[in-house]
Design a protein around this ligand. Structure first.
Ligand code: BT5
Length: 230
């Protein structure tokens, strides 16, 4: 499926998530050079100085039977595909919505339901210096020493996202699982999620995080915030 049309480019806005007009056709894109109130999950913020990051939102209209929260994992798979193709380095996915390179968060995905559709936002750190990044984050520049053209990366990413989104829409999470299970950043790590502690065994085929909590018992978690021992 082709994503990215129609396209609106803005220099600055609060958040690209707010500029997506849900009456437009599926695939509509908003790209910003700067956000003054970039959003993460659960009311958190997404920060990037003007001109340093790839910041965009897409309008998607998945079929009813698909579980829309899975879209942040599907997006993570596509971002990982695109970064691996671009950089030639392996990239991991930290459940539920972070993309990691060399143990640093290089991108984040946010799927928000609106007017019966989904607004999918993606931020990728491209040209930030170490001083311009929050703790635990990295950019293409800090992690590879290379500069990268944001427009070129966007085009690769839309391509991968179109492919992965199309596969998920038609076949569910199973259809993109090859790009997910093998890139699971948390597997084998000691974590605490929503008060439950244990060792992550996998992201399961429904996109839930499976945690071994001892005595052979495995708990699966649908959503939450993970803290892990480094
Ligand atoms: C996310 O949330 O990772 C989803 C981020 C989605 C951002 C895109 S940008 C385009 C579109 N428009 C928006 O307004 N949002 C989307 P979450 O897992 O809640 O992570 C947020 C946390 O990541 C923050 O609390 C910070 O700790 C950290 N953070 C903030 N800015 C970051 C950055 N540039 N790189 C890495 N981590 C960052």
């Amino acid at each position: 499926m082709t994503l990215g049309r129609p396209r609106l480019d803005v220099e600055s806005c609060e958040s690209t998530q707010l500029l997506v007009d849900t009456s437009l056709p599926e695939g509509a894109l908003v790209v910003a050079d700067h956000q003054t109130a970039g959003r993460g999950r659960l009311g958190r913020s997404w920060e990037a100085p003007a001109g340093t990051a790839l910041l965009f939102s897409l309008l998607l209209d998945p079929p009813q039977q698909r579980h829309a929260p899975e879209l942040s994992l599907v997006a993570g798979v596509a971002v990982a595909d695109a970064l691996e193709r671009t950089l030639g380095l392996s990239v991991q996915i930290k459940w539920p919505n972070d993309v990691m390179l060399r143990r640093k968060k290089i991108a984040g995905c946010l799927a928000e339901a609106r007017d019966g559709a989904v607004v999918l936002g993606i931020g990728v750190n491209v040209g930030q210096t170490a001083e311009q990044l929050p703790e635990g984050a990295g950019s293409i520049r800090t992690l590879t020493g290379r500069a990268w053209d944001r427009e070129e990366l966007l085009s690769t990413l839309l391509d991968d996202l179109g492919r992965r989104y199309g596969a998920w829409r038609d076949g569910g999470l199973d259809a993109v699982y090859d790009g997910l299970g093998s890139r699971d950043f948390l597997r084998g790590r000691q974590v605490t999620v929503n008060g439950t502690s244990g060792v992550v065994t996998m992201i399961d085929r429904e996109g839930k995080l499976a945690i071994a909590v001892g005595h052979g018992e495995v708990v699966t978690i649908e959503s939450g915030d993970v803290s892990y021992a480094r």
